[in-house]
Design a binder for this molecule. Sequence first.
Ligand code: MOS
Length: 705
Amino acid sequence: MAKSTQADLIGRPLDRVDGAQKVTGKATYAFEYATQGTAACGFIVSASIGKGRILAVDARDAQRAPGVLLILTKDNAPPQSPWGPVDLPDRFARAEPALNTDEVLYFGFPVAFVVAETFEQASAAAAMVRVQYDSMPGDYDLHAAGPSAENPGRMNGALAADSAVGDFESAFANAPVQIDANYTTPYQNQAPMEPHATLAAWQGEMLTVHTSAQLTTSPQEGLARTLNIPKENVRIVTRYVGGGFGSKLPYYVDATLAAIGARTLGRPVKVAMTRPQVFHATTHRTASEQHVRLGADRNGRLTAYGQDALVHCARFDMFTEPVCGAARMLYAALNRLTRHRRAKLDLPRSDSMRAPGDAIGLLALECAMDELAEALSLDPIELRLRNDTLTDPERDLPFASRHLADALREGAARFGWDKRVAKPASVRDGRWFVGLGVASAIRADVLESATARARLESDGRLTVELAMTDIGTGSYTILTQIAAETMDLPVDRVTVSLGDTRFPPTAGSGGSFGAGTSGAAVLAACRKLKVGLASGITEAEGSVTPSELDNAYAHAGFGAHFAQVGVDRDTGEVRVRRMLGVFAAGRILNAKTARSQVIGGMTWGIGAALTEENHVDVRYGSFVNQDLASYHVAVNADVGEMDVVFLHEDDPHGSPLGSKGIGELGICGAGAAVMNAIHNATGARIRDFPATPDKLLPTLETLDA
Ligand code: MOS
């Protein structure tokens, strides 16, 4: 039989199929679907108090401003369903009404909506809307609310808030070597480049919503719920998305208000949030207080392993970030205890941000492991190897595949770990103290539901359609590869269409499940079509469900992060000189886009370790830094040499594609590796993230210049 021309296409470092469209400005984002003059522009007016009531909205001046077409307030907004229900199983399909209450639930809460011919007219008129408030004291301080925090029982994903194996307290008390340390992580924002934006248009009873979203069917259901219309009357279109990172799992009032405004005016309305609105009126990552207790024998074997986390949740919501999820799977120990407590604050909603739970849980856990290694005078890699396990230590399930040890060893060899000097502050390079750090990476791997449609056109081209999104990750590209290889067609004869609820439903992009889930559906559809072609069938649908992940096994991707930093002896400035990430994440679907994904995650690790921090002004409940100048995400200038290695890993018990999620694996542990490198460079143990220079100066002052 002739060898397929497209064999092994999956995995190749194919350039993004949408790359040229993006760099030439031809990829259409939500806000760009209507030309100037066609759509009216809406602008959201945000509350300037943190908690209270709206007494009156005076829009008389705004109404007379040039170009103004419509002003909506609590006094004239149309009826909508109330927010929620809070316990809806798909929380991203909840009703998201706007201007339906006189209550202000958080600073930046939408209190009015101005639509005008142009964006400038709308924003100018919005500034003329006068809102009178009855302001009430709110709870904005996580630490202060700690003692009254509640046990949430269950967290999102139905995970139990608490887990216990053996007798942690007595094992810890009796452990010859103990680490007992408190860590804090700050509020963070997903800060996608493209702000949340929507263009809505009605044709009769049919609503078309172009919005920047990670999901498609959830906002479709949610908007229908909000507006009390049939789901079938709502079409969500989201072809290109300029980053989501969890903040576009929910939809927001930009979508609701665009839809309401468009219906009221009888013409399309588009709304983009300003950057401060992105900070205040979308979700963010909770701050956390974490208590890690590790007990080990003198050989470095963990006997007691405990992590407690305090997080916040908006007063009206129930999200609990599963901070200790990684702790439940990462290392062996016979006695274990993890607990989550949740404080309700009068802040906007906390919800998912890249690797919710593991990203910040591992900052504490993997720094604590570094502290334990030091206490034992044991190499931090050796400590991790001694506590590796091929069985999920809490659920007693074998891992479908787990190559943490290989990642640690391979990384150590490549990074030059043998040159690390264990004693901190031993290596100088001019004015810089230089050090190396390591941390493990783990991220649970899940499969969701998806259906894809594949059709062979009369000209021999293949069309693939599914309501998946590409949030910048490379979905278009990997799905093209999967379809082309399966159908044995050249890549340029395959068209993948995404981001439209007219296509078969998928779970969208989130939780690192996007590629494996949507890819498995495309694989199934193409296989079915290929068989069907013999009998003249030119169109087929294929599906995948979570049950295809064998639940007799635990599923996770693993890796190891290595960092080399220089710390300026006088200023405390930290520069990340080199980073290496070694990952074992099943079959890699595209070597280039996969690499980009984890480089992105590792870069977020630099931000978490060094700069990213949102401050709440506890007098007003506002985020102090609400732009990309004062909320500093790591940028190109913050990143030194960065390298990524994927280990070959077969995962016969995993997704039908054999892939594992990688979208979030890269951030998991990355910040801890940087922090551990800072300790090796200087001897400073910073347990309050991020390690800004002011926190390093006291240690630096004790070191010989
Ligand atoms: Mo992710 S934080 O589920 O987009």
